[in-house]
Design a protein around this ligand. Structure first.
Ligand code: NAP
Length: 259
C-alpha cells in the first residue's frame, strides 16, 4: 500500500534501536526524510548509515537526551518543519509502589509525559499552518491494562494519553492527526532485559523464560520491531485522516478484553 507520505519530513525520537528504529525504517521505506535521535552517537550513526544505504531518503541525526530541554531544542533546530513526529524515549525502571519517591515520579513524568507533550506543543503550530501533520506517541499496553511493577511508566503515560485525547480533537480540523501506539511484548533490548530478570527470579534459562512469555500471548510469539514499525508508519500515512486521538493496541491479543 502506498502510504502517500513520500517526501514528508519526520522527527523520530529514541530511534537507534528497538521500536523507534522499527518505525523509522518503515517511514524511510515510505520515502520519508528522517531526523533520528538517540543518546548514544555510535548506534545512532550506525542506524542512520544502514537506512541511508537502503532507502533514498535524507537522514539527519541528533545525538541527545530527548528528555532534556536542550536535547529537544537540538532536535527542533535540526528539523524545524517536521510533518511527522514520533514520540518515544526509554521507559522508567520497574519497581514497587512502596519505593517510588517524588524524585522518581518527577523523572518518569518528565520523560514519558512532559517530553512528548513539549515536542507536540512545538511542532503543532507549523503543522497547523501547513494544513497537515501526524503525531504518533509510543506509549504502552499498560495504559489499558496496568502492569503492577511498571506503575511509574503507566502513571506518566496515562497522563500523556489524557492530554492527547483532548488535544487531538482540537487540531484535527487542521489536518493534524495525533494517535498513540501501545506496544505489548516486543522483542527489543528493553524486553530482553525483562526476560533476563524473569529468568533469574524463576531460576530458569533465558530461552525458557522467553518461550514462556511467548506462549502467554495468543499469537504464540513476541512482537517484532519491524511489524510495530509498519503499524507506526501507517499511523503517519494519508489514510488516517479520520482516525483521531485513538489508542492502538499492538499486543498479539495479550490483553484479554473485548474492546
Ligand atoms: P529499546 O530497545 O531499549 O530502545 C530504546 C531506544 O531509545 C534506543 O535507541 C535508545 O538509545 C533510545 N533512548 C532511550 N532513552 C532515550 C532518551 N532519553 N533520549 C533519546 N533516546 C533515548 O526500547 P524499546 O523496547 O524500543 O522501547 C521503546 C519504548 O516503548 C520505551 O519507552 C518502552 O518502555 C516502551 N515499551 C516497550 C515495550 C516492548 O515490548 N519493547 C512494551 C511496552 C512499552 P540510547 O540508549 O542510545 O539513547
Amino acid at each position: 500500500m502506498d502510504l502517500g507520505i513520500a517526501g514528508r519530513k519526520a522527527i523520530v525520537c529514541a530511534a537507534s534501536k528497538g521500536l523507534g528504529r522499527g518505525v523509522a525504517e518503515k517511514l524511510a521505506a515510505a520515502g520519508v526524510h528522517l531526523t533520528l535521535n538517540a543518546r548514544g552517537a555510535e548506534a545512532l550513526e550506525a542506524t542512520a548509515a544502514d537506512l541511508s544505504e537502503r532507502y533514498a531518503v535524507s537522514i539527519k541525526t541528533v545525538a541527545a537526551d530527548v528528555t532534556t530541554e536542550q536535547g529537544r531544542a537540538q532536535l527542533l533546530e535540526t528539523e524545524p518543519a517536521a510533518d511527522i513526529l514520533i514520540n518515544n524515549a526509554g521507559g522508567p525502571p520497574p519497581g514497587m509502589w512502596t519505593d517510588w519517591s517524588e524524585e522518581a515520579w518527577l523523572k518518569a513524568v518528565g520523560a514519558n509525559m512532559l517530553t512528548p507533550i513539549m515536542l507536540i506543543k512545538a511542532v503543532l503550530p507549523g503543522m497547523i499552518e501547513r494544513g497537515w501533520g501526524r503525531v504518533v506517541n509510543i506509549t504502552s499496553s499498560s495504559v489499558k491494562a496496568p502492569i503492577g511493577n511498571l506503575g511509574l511508566s503507566t502513571g506518566a503515560r496515562c497522563g500523556l494519553t489524557g492530554y492527547v485525547a483532548g488535544t487531538a480533537r482540537q487540531v484535527a480540523k487542521h489536518g493534524v492527526v495525533i494517535n498513540n501506539l501501545l506496544p505489548g511484548m516486543h522483542e527489543t533490548d528493553r524486553l530482553s532485559g525483562r526476560i533476563e530478570s524473569d529468568a533469574r527470579n524463576r531460576g530458569v534459562s533465558y530461552e525458557q523464560a522467553r518461550a514462556d512469555l511467548a506462549a502467554s500471548i495468543p499469537t504464540g510469539h513476541l512482537g517484532r520491531a519491524q511489524d510495530f514499525g509498519a503499524v507506526g508508519a501507517f499511523l503517519c500515512s494519508e489514510h488516517v485522516g479520520f482516525m483521531v486521538g485513538q489508542n492502538v493496541l499492538l499486543d498479539g491479543g495479550m490483553i484479554n478484553a473485548t474492546f
